[in-house]
Design a protein around this ligand. Structure first.
Ligand code: 5RP
Length: 296
């Protein structure tokens, strides 16, 4: 057992002080190799340093969830508005035309589903990620979750080793351990562990105190959207996350389960890259939704 008696709560986050970065727009990657930087630049827009990733990998744990029944009908039309696509190799190969020509953050672990205990996963073969021309590999890390903590930590470190060999960044995806509180202390720990173990990007959840998670993570943090919210709340969530230091979103259900997914992804994009506030983004969403419905 680690000696945690003398554990001192982190408190000096240097808010307001820019991170020292030399000559590269992605946090923590100034010293990375060319291929790694090229792939990160495909994901994070060099002008804004941010990204809108469209997540539709949910089927690997939950099957055909609402909005993902028909990838060809529901997701392909959204791809032009995303900076990066996050999905499994099965959906990529069967349902995403290569001509969409978007960087892919490939779900690179797989295993148990919502029918059993999540996160008892194995890694896919890195050669297959290379064949899919992955710009990043997404791998779960489930901190504090019994046996799954060690399984997912092993997957993450192995993916980082292989990713370093071939110049492919790893995105650590912080799962929520069953008994864990979804608070800043937990997500800051999980995010930092991902980065310490070699992740070049971390995906986590927004919560109160998010600025501490972003500030204490030496690589870019993007947020998952979580379960479907009314559009104004989802746009507010994006705005707050960006304001508190997120470098983008990796959003799924709040886009593809929206009343108007094409309008929603453009509104999210405007918050992330153009600095729209929640009211402006809602207005944009309503205007685009109206235009799209009028054109139907
Ligand atoms: C599941 C994932 C999902 O891609 C992630 O949760 C993003 O989707 P959503 O915005 O719907 O939460 O990584 O492990």
């Amino acid at each position: 057992m680690a000696d945690t008696d003398g554990f001192k709560e982190a408190s000096d986050f240097g808010f307001g002080k820019a991170v020292t970065q030399t000559g590269f727009h992605v946090k923590g990657a100034s010293n990375a190799d060319w291929g790694m930087k090229d792939r990160l630049s495909r994901i994070f827009n060099p002008k804004t340093g941010r990204t809108v990733m469209l997540a539709f990998d949910h089927g690997f744990i939950m099957g055909p969830t609402s909005g993902l029944e028909r990838i060809d009908l529901n997701i392909v039309p959204l791809t032009e508005y995303a900076d990066c696509l996050m999905c499994t190799r099965g959906i990529l190969r069967t349902s995403i035309p290569p001509q969409v020509n978007k960087p892919v953050c490939l779900r690179s672990d797989a295993g148990s589903t919502i029918l059993t205990e999540l996160n008892r996963n194995v890694l896919i073969d890195i050669e297959d990620a290379i064949r899919c021309n992955a710009s990043a590999m997404a791998v779960m890390f489930s901190a504090g979750d019994g046996e799954q903590e060690a399984i997912t930590a092993a997957n993450l470190t192995k993916a980082a080793d292989l990713g370093n060999r071939y110049g492919i960044p790893v995105m650590g995806v912080t799962a929520v351990g069953k008994q864990m509180a979804r608070d800043a202390r937990y997500f800051a720990l999980a995010s930092r562990v991902c980065a310490e173990n070699g992740a070049s990007i971390v995906k986590t959840y927004y919560c109160d105190g998010f600025e501490k998670i972003a500030a204490s993570c030496p690589v870019p943090v993007v947020i998952a959207g979580g379960k479907k919210l009314p559009e104004p709340e989802a746009l507010e969530l994006c705005y707050r996350a960006i304001n508190d230091g997120a470098c983008g979103v990796d959003m799924g259900r709040n886009v593809f389960q929206s009343d108007a997914p094409i309008a929603m992804i453009q509104a999210v994009h405007a918050v992330v890259h153009d600095g729209l506030n929640p009211q402006q983004a809602c207005q944009l969403y309503e205007d685009l939704k109206h235009e799209l419905h009028a054109a139907d």
